[in-house]
Design a protein around this ligand. Structure first.
Ligand code: CO
Length: 169
């Protein structure tokens, strides 16, 4: 089911999401809704808080060579911890909660995370490229952080101005 996405500057996006302790049908439904919503809005990643569920769950699906986001290719990341990171890369990011705005953000080039899947099974993943960027962006969401917070003061002001203007239209 496609659910409404919380938009900046909704205060709920600023809160730290809670650890998931129950791996039941409800969690499965939430994760399915996250994927449906993300694909509908043409995103590559989404955090549960963005559809109003403040729990530590992330769904990522990098489009394949045909530009498709098949359900079986999705990666579900629950209660993640980053245990290693290296390098640095400037990446133009966007966010489903801040539509039609992109700006460069400095991120680690490679990351490794430990997490659990929807069944509560322990997993780990090493990532680079877009997947590594998406992981860092989505983990920030779990901690109540949005990518615009990385912008310089000048760029942030420019963003706030453009954002207010675009909301009026
Ligand atoms: Co985002």
């Amino acid at each position: 089911m496609i659910r409404p996405v919380l938009l900046y500057p909704d205060k709920r996006l600023r809160k730290r999401s809670a650890e998931i302790t129950r791996f039941d049908e409800k969690l499965g439904e939430l994760l399915d809704d996250m994927h449906d919503t993300m694909v509908e809005k043409k995103g590559v990643g989404i955090a549960a808080v963005q559809i109003g569920a403040p729990v530590r769950a992330i769904t990522i699906n990098i489009p394949d060579e045909n530009g498709e986001q098949l359900r079986e290719n999705r990666i579900e990341i629950i209660n993640p911890t980053m245990f290693s990171c290296s390098g640095g890369v400037l990446w133009s990011e966007g966010c489903l909660s801040i539509p039609e705005f992109n700006e460069d953000v400095m991120r680690f080039e490679k990351v490794a995370i430990a997490f659990v899947d929807r069944n509560g099974e322990e997993r780990s993943l090493e990532a680079q490229g877009l997947l590594a960027i998406a992981i860092q962006h989505e983990i920030d969401h779990l901690n109540g952080k949005l990518f615009v917070e990385y912008l310089s003061l000048l760029k942030r002001k420019k963003f706030e101005k453009e954002w207010k203007k675009s909301r009026k239209n």
